[in-house]
Structures are given as C-alpha cells and as structure tokens.
Design a protein around this ligand. Structure first.
Ligand code: COA
Length: 184
C-alpha cells in the first residue's frame, strides 16, 4: 500500500497513546534511568541513553521518522490520571508488503496490569484500519514477559531465529509472532 500516517492520538478503554512531545523528554529519561538495570537487558538503546538531551534527540528523531512514515512511537498514558507509563511503537514497516512490527516497554511499577497488551491491541486496531495485513512482534527467547504479550493477544508463533542477536555478550534466539488482519 501507499505510505500513510498513524493518528497522533489513539484511545482505548484505560489508555491514551500520544505522539511524543519534547516536554516529555525529562520524564522519559528519568524512567529509563531509574529502571536502567531491568530495561537494558532487552533494549540495546538504554546504554546509549545517558541524559535528558539524549531523549530530546530521540524525540526529534521520532518526529522525523513519523514524517517519513518509517517509525511511529507513542507515549502510553493512563486516561484517568494522565500518568505517563512507557512507550509503544510501530517499526520495521514494509509499506509495500503491508507489514509492520510493534515494540514496547513500560516502567516496572506499571507492569502486570495489562497496559501493554491494551496498548498493543489499540495499535493493532489502528494498523489494521490503515490496511496492514501482517503485524509482527519479535522478542528474545529469554524474555517470557514480552512473549506473553503476543500470546495473550492471539498471535501465532511463526518461528524462532536461532542465535540472530547478541544479547548481553551472548547469542540469543528471537521469537517471531504474527497476526494476520482478520485472522490469526
Ligand atoms: C515486556 C513488558 C512490556 C510486558 O509488560 P506487562 O505489564 O507484563 O504486559 P501486559 O500489559 O500484557 O500485562 C500482563 C499482566 O497483567 C495482568 N493483567 C492485569 N489486568 C489485565 C488486563 N486488564 N488485561 C490483560 N492483562 C492484565 C496479566 O494477568 C499479566 O500478569 P502476569 O504477568 O502476572 O501474568 C514489560 O515486562 C517490560 O517493559 N519489560 C522490559 C522491556 C522489554 O523487555 N520490552 C520488550 C522488548 S521485546
């Protein structure tokens, strides 16, 4: 399909997904910094995020990729309180193949409440609405909490890419989950 834009605001029952604004940089950095030990295990960018200025640069980059249609990243906010909790985004977009991938992280104190499953579900609905046919979630085989998200949302495990990633200095496998629009 032709390149399209995702909406800047997506609402679900408990959440709002909002396109990043520069004002979020300080809070985003404080979240990454306070949860660094946990987040760095599966998110390689964490070790390169060392100041609020790095988050400002990240948000600028996210705006540029939004305009280009290559990456759409959102902050996850609780609707009732307006609390920012983490990020969810659409990346590895292959417009000519109607395919995209979702990525996510949430601060540990908001984990275990179904917010990520809800956020991904909302993004999935928006993606299907734009015409995406195949939606993927990839994660390390060492990350059962992440793998539980696509499982909970009814994705199929399409395969396991053996030792395709260096994770904390060792090779690890990547699990590829996918859902086809209107099917599993
Ligand atoms: C991976 C990660 C985003 C998963 O977050 P999460 O909060 O476990 O995911 P969900 O939103 O799907 O929440 C599911 C949990 O909420 C519970 N839950 C509570 N209310 C719920 C609801 N209304 N709907 C669904 N689940 C609900 C589920 O029972 C489940 O609990 P359990 O883990 O005790 O079984 C999080 O662990 C994280 O940020 N990890 C570090 C970064 C990372 O690894 N990112 C992914 C890289 S591929």
């Amino acid at each position: 399909m032709e390149r399209k834009k995702f909406p800047e605001l997506i609402a679900s029952v408990r959440l709002e997904l909002r396109k990043h604004v520069p004002e979020l940089a300080e809070t985003m950095y404080s979240y990454v910094d306070q949860d660094r030990t946990r987040l760095r295990v599966f998110l390689p960018w964490v070790d390169k995020t060392l100041s609020t200025a790095d988050e400002v640069a990240y948000i600028k980059l996210a705006h540029a990729t939004w305009d280009k249609g290559t990456f759409f990243d959102y902050g996850i906010f609780e609707r009732e309180t307006g609390t920012y909790m983490g990020n969810v985004g659409v990346h590895n977009i292959a417009w000519h193949h109607d395919r995209c991938e979702f990525g996510y992280w949430i601060l540990s104190r908001f984990e275990g409440k179904g917010f990520i499953s809800e956020a991904v579900g909302a993004l999935e609905k928006a993606s299907a609405g734009l015409g995406f046919h195949r939606m993927e979630i990839r994660c390390s085989s060492n990350n059962p909490r992440s793998a539980a998200v696509p499982r909970r949302l009814g994705y199929s495990l399409d395969g396991r890419l053996r030792e395709d990633t260096v994770e904390q200095g060792s090779y690890s496998d990547t699990l590829v989950f996918a859902k086809l629009n209107g099917q599993r």
